[in-house]
Design a protein around this ligand. Structure first.
Ligand code: GLU
Length: 462
């Protein structure tokens, strides 16, 4: 007699129906938010199948909708005394586990869809850290590139004039992301303090001399490498020592990934920015890059004037549908630039060039097709929401230090970061095994993160 027990196929079908309903009733477009949602929902099918309570409590529908989206106008004046107008946002997605927590992104591409994708990912990422933080994200279509310090300050001041109404150390704690570093956080924090007359941990990633934590700047990049080491160890692959590695990006995450790779004896040979790629076969010159990108905010093109033996590949010479950085021989690849920067063509090139592991430093840098290709070819794959969680974990350590009025040493923070990254890896590897998808860290991360948040939502009722 055929069994009536639902199968994984049934669960996938039900989830597909849910997704379609979500698209219709909540007018979700086929954008990056849909991409992030689809990946998570398909991953959690085994959980959905194992326990009917998730369907009964309508968790998919409830988790896919942010608690609220705050949208506001930001008026500011440039150095020519011209009035400029941008749009500011804060997506407060889910606070089941703790105050909304997540970065602010200042980039011309910012819109509601991008912030919903980032906020949604942040819920599960923050859950995976095992720390009491919910998920949120915010930002603006303001472009700090090419702006003077004074203009950035004026923009940040105006942005905070509105944002301060919705944030607080127990309510919502923003931080940095693309286009928002210590400089921007400093200006934002100062304005919050002026308006509210309170000095509290309302933003993380603050400069060291006013409330910041040692190790926060390095945390995401260092964490990415710790996670990779944990993953390679778990999968019984050789470690990073002596291995050639490729990294994309040239911002905070990329440069501190490179720094930690050097510390672990690896040879990082690339980095990229929006205009091109540097390939320096002897290993990139990190001190030069830090000065170029953090102090002078210059273009990578300049690198070859100091290092003529290195190669600069402009975007116009990238392989069709792909990126030069992923077409170079490598043991481990670290996409640390932005969403969807690693395509199916790139994934195939990585495999062809002997790549054993890919760890996502940026948020969702691999397209679904790239991820599928890497997973089916048994490349170790560390998804962003697990691998880059070190940044937000140390943000939580900054909140703890601010709340207790204490200061931890760099060594204390770094040791806690390393333990956190190893714990995340262990948790998702165990979860993947428990739900029949051993070795799949994408499904492991999605199931572990989703379950943690969903169980609280169920316990709390509506
Ligand atoms: N923007 C970072 C992320 O994507 C950090 C968030 C935070 O520290 O709150 O996780």
């Amino acid at each position: 007699m055929p069994s009536n027990k639902p199968t994984l196929e049934d669960a996938h079908k039900k989830i597909k129906e849910e997704l379609n309903k979500l698209i219709e009733s909540h007018r979700i477009e086929h954008d990056v938010f849909y991409q992030a949602l689809e990946e998570v929902l398909f991953s959690i099918a085994p959980l959905y199948l194992a326990d009917e309570k998730y369907a009964k409590h309508n968790i998919i529908r409830r988790l896919a909708n942010p608690d609220r989206i705050i949208k506001f106008k930001v008026e500011w004046m440039n150095d020519k005394n011209e009035i400029r107008v941008n749009t500011g946002y804060r997506v407060q997605f889910n606070n089941s586990l703790g105050p909304y927590k997540g970065g602010l992104r200042f980039h011309p591409s910012v819109n509601e869809g991008i912030l919903k994708f980032l906020g949604f990912e942040q819920i599960l990422k923050n859950a995976l850290t095992g720390l009491p933080i919910g998920g949120g994200k915010g930002g603006s279509d303001f472009d700090p590139k090419g702006k003077s310090d004074f203009e950035v300050m004026k923009f940040c001041t105006s942005f905070m004039r509105e944002l301060h109404k919705y944030i607080g150390p127990r309510m919502d704690v923003p931080a940095g992301d693309i286009g928002v570093g210590a400089r921007e956080i400093g200006y934002l924090f100062a304005e919050y303090k002026r308006i509210t007359t309170t000095f509290d941990g309302v933003l993380t990633g603050k400069p060291l001399f006013f409330g910041g934590s040692l190790g926060r700047t390095e945390a995401t990049g260092y964490g990415v490498v710790y996670f990779t080491e944990a993953m390679l160890e778990t999968e019984k692959k050789e470690g990073l020592e002596g291995k050639t590695c490729t990294v994309s990006g040239a911002g905070n995450v990329a440069l501190y990934t490179i720094e930690k790779l050097y510390q672990q004896g690896a040879i990082p040979v690339t980095c990229t920015d929006s205009k091109g790629t540097i390939y320096d076969a002897r290993g990139v010159d990190l001190e030069y890059l830090k000065d170029l990108k953090f102090n002078r905010r210059g273009s990578l093109e300049e690198y070859v004037s100091k290092h003529p033996e290195a190669i600069y590949i402009p975007v116009s010479e990238y392989p069709e549908g792909g990126h030069a950085v992923w077409n170079i021989e490598t043991y481990a690849a670290f996409p640390c630039s932005t969403q969807n920067e690693l395509t199916e063509i790139d994934a195939k090139n990585l495999i062809k060039n002997g790549c054993v592991s890919v760890t996502e430093g940026a948020n969702m840098p691999s397209t679904p097709e790239a991820m599928e290709t890497l997973l089916t070819n048994k490349v170790c794959f560390g998804p962003a929401k697990a691998a880059n969680a070190g940044g937000v974990a140390v943000s939580n350590f900054e909140m703890s230090q601010n709340a207790s009025m204490l200061k931890w040493t760099f060594e204390e923070v770094d040791a806690k970061l390393k333990t956190t990254m190893y714990d995340i890896c262990q948790n998702i590897a165990d979860t993947a095994k428990e739900y029949g998808v051993e070795g799949n860290y994408v499904d492991g991360a999605n199931i572990a993160g989703f379950k943690k948040v969903a169980d609280v939502m169920i316990a709390e009722g509506i």
